[in-house]
Design a protein around this ligand. Structure first.
Ligand code: NI
Length: 158
């Protein structure tokens, strides 16, 4: 396992479409191991392939307080969303920045594990937010394009 360098800011790989994984091999396992180690080292709750310069549809997520709830998702797809949540969001590719983002409160993701077994995961609140945020990365979309003024920003204008 190795910690990979996280691409930040204007790095072009953050704005490109990632390709589906076709080989569920040892190289994929190594990539997922490295991504998890990199995410934990950076104290993030999620990391997507493009953020380490790999334009493949892979993400890792861990929203647990104990940092023992690793989710690995290969070729993930959001197949259902419901409700709405609004809150501050950040990204390891934009360190020391946060923005107010409105997203669905519930999301269901269909994906494959590292061995090619399909699974579905339902997330609510932070987990839904992380799933949606990471899947966006695979389409070259960063959260910053979704940032809107906070309720406090509106108040100041009154
Ligand atoms: Ni991110």
């Amino acid at each position: 396992m190795a910690i990979r360098r996280i691409k930040t800011g204007d790095a072009s790989c953050l704005y490109k479409l990632a390709k589906p994984v076709v080989k569920f091999d040892e190289k994929l396992g190594d990539l997922l191991d490295d991504m998890a180690e990199t995410m934990y080292h950076a104290e993030g709750v999620g990391l997507a392939g493009p953020q380490v310069g790999v334009l493949r549809r892979v993400v890792v997520i861990d929203c647990s307080a104990e940092r023992d709830g690793l989710i690995e998702a290969v070729n993930p797809e959001i197949i259902y969303t419901e409700g709405e949540q609004a809150g501050m969001e950040g990204c390891l590719s934009f360190p020391d920045e946060q923005g107010w983002v409105v997203r669905p409160n519930i999301a269901v993701m269909r994906a494959f594990d590292r061995h090619g077994n399909e699974f579905e995961l339902r997330g609510e609140g932070l987990l839904a937010r992380a799933m949606l945020h990471e899947c966006d990365h695979l389409d070259g979309k960063v959260y910053k394009r979704l940032v809107v003024p906070t309720p406090e920003d509106y108040k100041e204008e009154e």
